[in-house]
Design a protein around this ligand. Structure first.
Ligand SMILES: [Zn+2]
Length: 358
């Protein structure tokens, strides 16, 4: 596998091209990420401080590192009255759940948890996994996250119930995967809003080639997932037009060492017991996505994430290579567990891999 001499992205036919100097087109076209700055963040947060209300804002928490740091930062550094909100994802890692308990206790904040009835998350996921394995396509890997794409209306409802006008997330601009955009024909430097519209259009076109994704009984949820995919999606904007939706790391620079040191020391936050990487371990489905990308493209989202950190001089190329060497694993056992949880019995993961990759 020939990798870019500047970052670590490998050449991938029709996706990542390396020029005669061995530099990928993503490095050639890269525009450094600019933060909005802490001053702007504090002004925005100050506008939500309320003397009489119980809470100033919501912080969404998953038990992962960035949302833990966001909660810590808002409660301890900015002294806001925070309501923590958590979606009880049926695929959450046990350590992530323990981390939520610890941080709530350490910071003495209230927590609201919610889940969906009727096992709808599991049912749509099962349908989409079977559809994907029937006709694998790297562009369709994000459909695995459909469950977390329908949480926004609920979070906005909780905000309304508590008279809160501000929702803060640990969104991090380095982790918006560029190759995922390019798989759908979206420019790597496209803004969040235009990328969202392109994504919808291309995902819908892909789904038309594999109609199992569009089963009528799940269609309302699939459409809801498209409308509320994230806080920038059209549905979230319309329904939440009175809300300020803030991603902490669009204002202050994300620094992995600072994040990990502070949450471990101040929140008793623990890394996952059985995984090497602390990134996105909070949901076990991320390992299924890694498996899907590895089998289709030979890379995971980590190749892309670390490449961005290398371009931003936040990680050496050597360290990035060492990390993916250790972290890009197939984790067949975790995937078998997920299939077992969902009652998917007719796909043998190891055999499927042997047949489709070797
Ligand atoms: Zn590169």
């Amino acid at each position: 596998m020939q990798r870019c001499q500047r970052c670590i992205m490998p050449g991938i036919p029709r996706l990542i091209t390396l020029d005669e100097d061995g530099i990928c087109h993503q490095c050639r076209n890269y525009r450094p990420i600019r933060m909005k700055g802490e001053k702007e963040l504090i002004t925005l947060l100050d506008s939500h401080r309320k003397r009489k209300s119980e809470y100033d804002c919501i912080v969404t928490v998953s038990g992962g590192r960035d949302s833990a740091f966001t909660l810590l930062k808002l409660v301890k550094d900015y002294k806001l009255k925070v309501l923590a909100v958590n979606y009880e994802n049926p695929f959450a890692d046990d350590q992530a759940k323990a981390n939520i308990k610890n941080m709530i206790k350490k910071l003495s904040v209230d927590l609201v948890q919610f889940k969906f009835g009727n096992n709808i998350h599991e049912k749509i996921l099962k349908n989409n996994i079977i559809a994907w394995f029937h006709k694998p396509s790297p562009a369709m890997v994000p459909v695995i996250c459909v469950g977390c794409k329908i949480i926004w209306p609920r979070i906005m409802k909780i905000a309304k119930e508590h008279n809160i006008r501000c929702i803060v997330n640990g969104g991090n601009p380095y982790e918006y995967t560029s190759f995922k955009k390019e798989l759908l024909g979206v420019n790597q430097n496209a803004g969040l809003v235009s990328a969202y519209f392109f994504n919808i259009f291309r995902l819908a076109r892909e789904a038309l080639h594999n109609l199992s994704y569009l089963k009528p009984k799940y269609l309302p949820f699939t459409i809801k997932g498209f409308l509320f995919a994230n806080q920038y999606a059209i549905g979230s904007r319309l329904l939440g037009f009175k809300l300020d939706k803030i991603d902490l790391f669009h204002y202050i620079t994300w620094n992995e060492d600072e994040v990990l040191t502070r949450i471990q020391n101040e929140l008793d936050w623990q890394p996952p017991a059985d995984l090497v990487s602390t990134w996105r371990f909070d949901c076990r489905l991320s390992l299924l996505k890694d498996f899907m990308y590895l089998t289709c493209l030979g890379v995971t989202e980590k190749d892309d994430f670390y490449s961005k950190l290398v371009r931003e001089s936040k990680m050496s190329r050597r360290e990035a290579l060492q990390r993916i060497e250790k972290e890009n694993e197939l984790h067949v056992d975790v995937i078998e567990d997920i299939f077992h949880q969902l009652g998917i019995e007719d796909i043998d993961v190891s055999r499927w891999y042997e047949k489709n990759v070797h």
